[in-house]
Design a protein. Structure first.
Length: 215
């Protein structure tokens, strides 16, 4: 924090919030028990995980980083794609799917995650938007502390390797007409084709270091 860095304001905010929670009285802590900071502190205490203020603040900052620019960028491309004249029927069908949600599944102006997961057309629109306009399209580096072999290639320990969602999502042998926004590929493709596209879909990375924004 000695120098201005990307999102330094968010980092400062989460650290101050953590310190305020730490110094709060019991009544205030009870009111905040459903907040991320309280959940992290309780989990650390329950499982005897050593986490200091900076550890908790860093975890909170990760949650904010994963849900600000990436989400807003995706929503921008989502709305822009639907607004194009040749996608008018897509927009109409999406509206119809949303209007078909049973009233008992509505939570005010929103729906539960379970309900959203059960909306195939909506999910196809989101997935195709993330495929063509991944919010983090550039290379995502990884390294291993030990040497390994991947697809016949020997990778020495601590060698930095990377893949880019931008490139993976434009593989013509997997995604037909990869430069076109075509949500039908996720709805009308053969089961094995959709499964293969899923293996190449990397908008959230994968493995232990994948983006928590997936949740």
């Amino acid at each position: 924090m000695a120098k201005p860095v990307t999102y330094s304001g968010i980092r400062a905010h989460t650290l101050q919030a953590m310190q305020a929670y730490r110094d709060a009285d019991q009544a205030s802590r009870i009111k905040a028990q459903r907040f991320v900071i309280a959940e992290l502190c309780e989990a650390a205490r329950k499982h005897e995980i050593p986490m200091d203020d900076l550890d908790v603040a860093s975890e909170c900052a990760d949650h904010l980083f994963a849900g600000i620019d990436t989400t807003s960028d995706t929503l921008m491309f989502f709305i822009w794609s639907l607004s194009l004249s040749h996608n008018a029927l897509v927009q109409q069908r999406l509206i119809e799917e949303c209007q078909s949600i049973p009233e008992q599944d509505l939570l005010g102006a929103t729906v539960s995650l379970k309900t959203a997961d059960g909306m195939p057309y909506f999910n196809a629109v989101v997935k195709e938007t993330l495929r063509l306009y991944a919010p983090l399209p550039a290379s995502e580096p990884r390294s291993s502390p030990v040497g390994t072999v991947i697809d016949g290639y020997s990778i020495p320990q601590r060698t930095v390797c990377s893949m880019a969602p931008y490139s993976l999502h434009r593989n013509e042998s997997v995604f037909s007409e990869p430069l076109k926004w075509k949500l039908e590929r996720w709805l009308c493709g053969r089961k094995e084709e959709v499964a293969e596209m899923g293996r190449w879909f990397w908008a959230f990375s994968s493995g232990a270091r994948m983006c928590i924004g997936l949740q």
